[in-house]
Design a protein around this ligand. Structure first.
Ligand code: HEM
Length: 325
C-alpha cells in the first residue's frame, strides 16, 4: 500500500475508534422509556392517577407541574434540583428570583412520590417522577402524550445562582431567549414550540406589569383589561393572576400562538416570539397549524428532558424529593 493511502487508512481506523468510544459514552448516558418496566411496573399508572386527582381539583396544576419540569431541566439538567428545600447545609433553588412566590405543585410531587415509594421502595427518582407528571399534566389538559425517557437520578446539590442566571426572564428579548435555549442545546424551533407551554397556566401581575404599561406592541383593549387587575406600581396587586393564553388557559392547544399574532401576548418575552422578526415564521406556522405545534412540542420536550441527566451510579434515588438522602 502506498504511504499516503496507508496514512488515510490509519486516520480512518482512528476515527472509527474515537466514534465508538463517543457512542459508548453516549449509550451509558442514554435514558429509555422502559427503564422501570421490570422494577416498578405500576409507575406510570401511579403518576397518572396522582396527576388526574390534582388536575381535577385544580386544572392549573397541570401547568404548574409542567413549569416545574422546565425549571428543573434548565438548572444543572433534569436532576430534581428544583425540588430540594433550603436547609442548614443546602441552599436550594426555590428562593431564586424566577421561582420565589411563583413555583407551585411541590405537594403534588410529594404525594405521588409517597405512592411510588410504597409500591417500589428506593427505585424511582424524583427527576423521573417529575418528567412523567409533566407529560400527564399536558395530556390531562387535552394536550398530546409521548413516551417519557426514564433513568434519570437525583442530584445531591442545587444551585440558586444557576437558577438566577439560566432561567430566562419575562423581560427577555427574542435574541436573549434564542441564546438561553441554545446554551441548553435547544434551537429556535424548540424555543418557540416549548414556549407554547404558555397555552396553559397563569402569570402574576409582577411578571406582566411592565408589558401592559410600557410596551407598544400590545392590543390596546387587551392592555386596558389587564390593567384593571394589575396596578401601575408594585405593591398590592403584584400577586394578581391573569391567564397566559387569553383564549383558553386550561386547554393545551395553539391558542397561545394565535394570541401572539394578534398582539395578545401577556409577557414581554411571549410577544418577542412574534413581531421582533427573529422567530416570527415559526410562531405564525403554529398559529395556523395546531398539529404542527403539537408534534414539535413533543419533539422539543423530549429533547429538554435529555438535558444533562445523572445516570448510572451518579447521584441517588432520593427517598424524599425535598432533601438528599
Ligand atoms: C421562553 C422563556 C420563558 C420565560 C421567559 C417564561 C417565563 C414565565 C413567567 C414569568 C411565568 C409566570 C410566573 C409568575 O408570574 O408567577 C411563567 C409561567 C409558566 N411557564 Fe414559562 N417561561 C418560559 C418558558 C417556558 C417553558 C419552556 C415552559 C415549559 C415547557 C414554561 C411553562 C410555564 C407554565 C406552564 C407557566 C404557568 C404556571 C402556572 O400557572 O403555575 N415556560 N413562565
Amino acid at each position: 500500500m502506498a504511504p499516503a493511502s496507508l496514512l488515510l487508512t490509519r486516520v480512518a481506523a482512528a476515527t472509527v475508534a474515537v466514534a465508538c468510544v463517543v457512542a459508548l459514552g453516549a449509550m451509558a448516558q442514554q435514558l429509555s422509556p422502559t427503564f422501570y418496566d421490570a422494577s416498578c411496573p405500576n409507575l406510570q399508572s401511579i403518576v397518572r392517577s396522582g396527576m388526574a386527582a390534582a388536575v381535577q381539583q385544580e386544572p392549573r396544576m397541570g401547568a404548574s407541574i409542567l413549569r416545574l419540569f422546565f425549571h428543573d431541566c434548565f438548572v444543572q439538567g433534569c436532576d430534581a434540583s428544583v425540588l430540594l428545600d433550603d436547609s442548614a447545609t443546602l441552599t436550594g433553588e426555590k428562593n431564586a428570583a424566577p421561582n420565589a412566590n411563583s413555583l407551585r405543585g411541590f405537594e403534588v410531587i410529594d404525594a405521588i412520590k409517597s405512592q411510588v415509594e410504597a409500591a417500589c421502595p428506593g427505585t424511582v427518582s424524583c427527576a423521573d417522577i417529575l418528567a412523567l407528571a409533566a407529560r400527564d399534566g399536558v395530556n390531562l389538559l387535552s394536550g398530546p402524550t409521548w413516551a417519557v425517557q426514564l433513568g434519570r437520578r437525583d442530584t445531591r446539590t442545587a444551585s440558586q445562582s444557576a437558577a438566577n442566571s439560566n432561567l430566562p426572564s419575562p423581560s427577555s428579548s427574542a435574541a436573549a431567549l434564542v441564546s438561553a435555549f441554545a446554551s441548553k442545546g435547544l434551537d429556535s424551533r424548540d424555543l418557540v414550540a416549548l414556549s407554547g407551554a404558555h397555552t396553559i397556566g397563569a402569570a402574576r401581575c409582577a411578571s406582566f406589569r411592565s408589558r401592559i404599561y410600557n410596551d407598544s406592541n400590545i392590543n390596546a383593549g387587551f392592555a386596558a383589561k389587564r390593567k384593571q387587575i394589575c396596578g401601575p406600581q408594585s405593591g398590592g396587586t403584584d400577586g394578581n393572576l391573569a391567564p397566559l393564553d387569553a383564549m383558553s388557559s386550561v386547554k393545551f392547544d395553539n391558542g397561545y400562538f394565535r394570541d401572539l399574532v394578534s398582539q395578545f401576548g401577556l409577557l414581554h418575552s411571549d410577544q418577542e416570539l412574534f413581531g421582533a422578526g427573529v422567530v416570527d415564521s415559526v410562531t405564525a406556522r403554529y398559529a395556523r397549524n395546531g398539529a404542527a405545534f403539537s408534534s414539535d412540542f413533543v419533539t422539543a420536550i423530549v429533547k429538554m428532558g435529555n438535558i444533562s441527566p445523572l445516570t448510572g451510579s451518579s447521584g441517588e434515588i432520593r427517598a424524599n424529593c425535598r432533601k438528599p438522602n
